[in-house]
Design a protein. Structure first.
Length: 111
């Protein structure tokens, strides 16, 4: 299951077949490794902007605060302005009762 999910988001390159998201086939090309890679990164980025993935191991950046970790994807994938991403991050943290932890680092959190 994990490999399948990683292939859908192209975090892992398949060695054959097709990958389709919501009926759209991702354009692939052969790589020198014998695997397949994206032929059109703009297509992949557009699909990634619409598809979310929740990881079992969170892999937070230890040198970044909770808020900085949260805004990373919206800023780089969705190209959100920093101010808008921060505002959204604070709203999400408030929603889950962690608004007071926005400036903490992952190592300062428990549970």
């Amino acid at each position: 299951k994990s490999t399948f999910l990683r292939c859908i988001n192209l975090l892992e390159q398949p060695d054959g077949g097709k990958v389709a998201i919501d009926g759209e086939v991702i354009k692939m090309k052969p790589l020198s490794s014998g695997r397949l890679g994206p032929a059109d990164m703009a297509q992949v980025e557009r699909i990634r902007a619409r598809v979310g993935m929740v990881f079992q191991n969170f892999n937070l950046w230890p040198h970044m605060t909770v808020a900085e970790n949260i805004i990373e994807a919206p800023r780089h994938v969705l190209k959100e302005p920093r101010e808008k991403a921060i505002e959204h991050a604070h709203a999400l943290l408030k929603k889950v009762g962690l608004a007071d932890k926005h400036a903490h680092y992952p190592g300062q959190l428990s549970g």
